[in-house]
Design a protein around this ligand. Sequence first.
Ligand SMILES: NC(=O)c1ccc[n+]([C@@H]2O[C@H](COP(=O)([O-])OP(=O)(O)OC[C@H]3O[C@@H](n4cnc5c(N)ncnc54)[C@H](OP(=O)(O)O)[C@@H]3O)[C@@H](O)[C@H]2O)c1
Length: 388
Amino acid sequence: MVLLCTASSSTTLLARQALLARSAAVVGQSRSVHDLVIKRKTGLPIHRAGPYGGGRSSVSGHVATVFGCTGFLGRYLVDRLAQKGTQVVVPYRDEDEKRHLKVMGDLGQIVPMEWDLRSDQQIEECLRHSDVVYNLTGRAHETKNFTFEDVHATGAGRIASIAANAGVSRFIHVSHLNASKDSPSPFLRSKAQGEELVKSAFEGATIVRPGHLYGHEDRFLNQMASWPLTWHVNYGQTKLRPAHSIDVAHALEVMLDAELTSIGQTFSLAGPRTYTINQLLNLVQSLTFEKIRREGLNVPKFMLKAATKIADRAWWPMLSPDEVDRRYIDDLADEPGTKSWADLGIEPDTVEEVAIVYLRRYRSNLRFEQPVETGGSRLKKGKYHVVD
Ligand SMILES: NC(=O)c1ccc[n+]([C@@H]2O[C@H](COP(=O)([O-])OP(=O)(O)OC[C@H]3O[C@@H](n4cnc5c(N)ncnc54)[C@H](OP(=O)(O)O)[C@@H]3O)[C@@H](O)[C@H]2O)c1
């Protein structure tokens, strides 16, 4: 710097040119052919930069919009994308709902934008700079403004067609395991309808069908621990294949670059093991040391549905009548022709491997620190639960 300031103007110019040439050479050396990816669908280049394998100051070259990012699964996906250096547009409805997402990436990397599912213009603004759009928008209960069909079918189809018109190269849509037009649950029927609308609006869309999700903010293990009565249905015999939220977020992230494996495909992302509701209640009981399961107790379906219908109108819905219906539906085996974890190189967790992380908070302070293996005589040594 001292040299540049004291030199004559022509010398300064030459010195600057030399400096520029040197820095260009350095940048050139740090780039490699494998950093350049050409998107299969649009032919547009994606250029990675920064530390290899991600990190806060790396740049993956992708810009992603995650609709439904303010929910349970959304935070884990945004976190994973941001850690890999992807710029993430996070559409939100309530100012407070996106605050936890802002700190997941470097300054300017998480871009919050207000949106409404009924506004084409706002949807277009949210995705116009993105090369990938994730749609996680969904709701377990209907509201006075939005039916299941509005959110899971019409809404999903609208986002997909706006994304297609805007030239977005990937569309990854989160549906639900068991989604079927013939399902007794309106929720699952609307999810199946949504899949069809998305596939017809966006060529090459990827459909993801996770099983019941568990994690810190779930409505699954948390409800079993805090409100077990609502799980004493169908004599505890419904078969479920729960999936870990972190694994599903990982799968969604991997799909972004695994174009060959995932474009135009449907993924069944159920957990690796099938449990009956009774087995899961036993598991929760042995981890929390609380009396969760009442032998012989079975709440009749009509009674639980009636109670949830009343509660639905009186308070913020804790359990919708549709969720009661779904507690009687066995999780299906993966449909032939769908892909799964192995195609993405992911080995999913079983519930008993990780549930303690989410359930320890339900223990009394006296037994909070107790190791899981010491849960009682019915537990096998070294392995805790499934006791039936
Ligand atoms: N949780 C599970 O067990 C499970 C299992 C399989 C599949 N899935 C599917 O995975 C996706 C994510 O699930 P999740 O558990 O993260 O759901 P969640 O916690 O209920 O979050 C749902 C997201 O959708 C948004 N949303 C809902 N209704 C909307 C509307 N009318 N307009 C705009 N945004 C709306 C919410 O935004 P606001 O925050 O603004 O309300 C939120 O960001 C959903 O499609 C769900 O059906 C979930």
